[in-house]
Write a new protein. Structure first.
Length: 441
């Protein structure tokens, strides 16, 4: 019986500890979410003071509402955990009730038996009625064990009552905590309702600007197409330059080979003449220079292949081109307030106007150009290219080597008057999602 009670105590303690650990984890997640909400709120307030309603505000309020939804979901999980804990405690209390009932009945029986056989005469009579000395010793041992059993019964009852009392206190604490959590959930739901109204207001304001926004989106598409054309042109020029360099290098190697062949032929002629007096000889043909492997990029050479491999190994860990940036548009399809989509081949990152834009990896500036009053920098990393569009104050030039984190220009205002940089990643054959290559925030 004692073992049973002790095991039950351990089980309850372990269950409570595991529950507490889970709640602590939820609390940490909630604190992180609230921190992100505060940061989003700061960006929203900062943007409100500078411009009228725009796509950035719409994205920020959407993000804020999504974060608030996650907070409420987090609290709902905690409520479910508390409900499970309350149910578990109630089961424990009922289990203790049944155990106490059994213990008290057994103890009452033993006390009645002890009362009926309490006189010394009966005690001595029980011992002296033994058939032998060994039997008498066994009877004495039995009586001592019986008295110990009664004592253990009493202790088990007290211990079980204490455990039951503790679980009832836990039950009260859990119910109080659930009540507090539900109040918090109610406040968060009220906050969500306010945010939803603000989101609807911004959407309505943007819809009023429908024609202006459509013109901006149309202009944005044209800009992006011009940047994409510039990237394709830069890649093509880099390929042509690489081919010319490879051809020139191959021609130089061929010239050296022919000179070596002529020198070898002369040496062979002299040797044959000296040995046999025969002036006719045949030069030993040399093996042709090894051909470039099929499928190997023309942009890769001995100088940049290590850089190219290093760039590939850093996929998913590249730094962002701006500090404290916020993704305004993702690679691919982006939903607009009007309900329509815009497809882009880059990621648009909002940041403060004038904030430094940095190279995400070592490389060589392939081109610096101006497209519709915005500056564009294209950097080559082996067979890969990164492009930074919508810059001002560019501080690098074509052919310059740059390092990871080096400032190459500053963030300029976009068509809405919001600071933003368009970041592209591509290779010889296609563009791809930059966010899959950048480190997770």
């Amino acid at each position: 019986m004692f073992k049973y009670s002790f095991a039950l105590l351990l089980l309850c303690c372990f269950s409570f500890f595991a529950q507490a650990q889970t709640r602590e984890e939820l609390e940490r997640q909630r604190q992180q979410l609230r921190k992100e909400i505060e940061e989003t709120e700061k960006q929203l307030n900062s943007n409100k003071t500078k411009t009228k309603e725009n796509l950035l505000q719409w994205k920020l309020i959407n993000n804020k509402v999504a974060l608030q939804d996650r907070v409420i979901d987090n609290i709902s999980k905690e409520v479910r955990l508390l409900d499970n804990n309350i149910f578990s405690i109630q089961k424990d209390v009922k289990r203790y009730d049944r155990l106490l009932d059994t213990l008290q009945k057994e103890y009452a029986k033993s006390m009645v038996y002890a009362y009926k056989n309490r006189s010394n005469y009966q005690f001595l009579n029980f011992i002296f009625s033994a058939s032998s000395f060994n039997d008498a010793v066994k009877r004495i041992t039995y009586l001592k064990s019986y008295r110990n059993y009664q004592q253990i019964q009493g202790e088990n009852i007290l211990r079980t009552q204490e455990l039951r009392k503790k679980r009832i206190a836990d039950l009260g604490g859990s119910k109080k905590l659930k009540s507090t959590t539900l109040q918090t959930q109610s406040k968060e739901l009220a906050t969500l309702e306010i945010q939803e109204k603000e989101k609807d207001r911004i959407v309505q304001e943007l819809k009023k600007q429908g024609k202006t926004l459509n013109n901006q989106i149309s202009a944005k598409k044209k800009q992006m197409q011009k940047v994409s054309n510039a990237i394709a042109s830069a890649i093509k020029k880099a390929q042509e330059a690489a081919r010319r360099e490879a051809i020139a290098k191959a021609d130089a190697e061929e010239l050296k080979r022919k000179e070596r062949d002529r020198a070898d032929a002369k040496a062979t002629t002299k040797d044959n003449t000296a040995a046999t007096g025969n002036t006719k000889s045949v030069a030993t043909p040399r093996a042709p220079a090894p051909a470039k492997k099929v499928g190997t990029s023309v942009l890769l050479n001995a100088e940049n292949i290590a850089l190219n491999n290093s760039f590939e190994k850093n996929r998913g860990t590249l730094p962002w081109p701006v500090d404290n940036g916020y993704v305004l548009m993702h690679y691919g399809a982006n939903k607009l307030p009007s309900g329509s989509d815009i497809n882009i081949t880059n990621v648009t990152i909002s940041a403060n106007i004038g904030a430094p834009v940095k190279a995400v990896f070592n490389g060589t500036v392939s081109n610096v150009l101006t497209i519709e009053d915005m500056q564009v920098v294209i950097i080559q990393h082996g067979k890969y290219f990164t492009t930074y569009s919508n810059l001002s104050g560019v501080s690098v030039q074509k052919g310059q080597d740059v390092n990871t984190g080096q400032s190459i220009g500053r963030v300029a205002a976009n068509l809405e008057g919001v600071g933003a940089v368009d970041f592209f990643m591509s290779n010889e054959t296609s563009d791809f999602d930059p966010e899959k290559w950048l480190r997770r925030k």
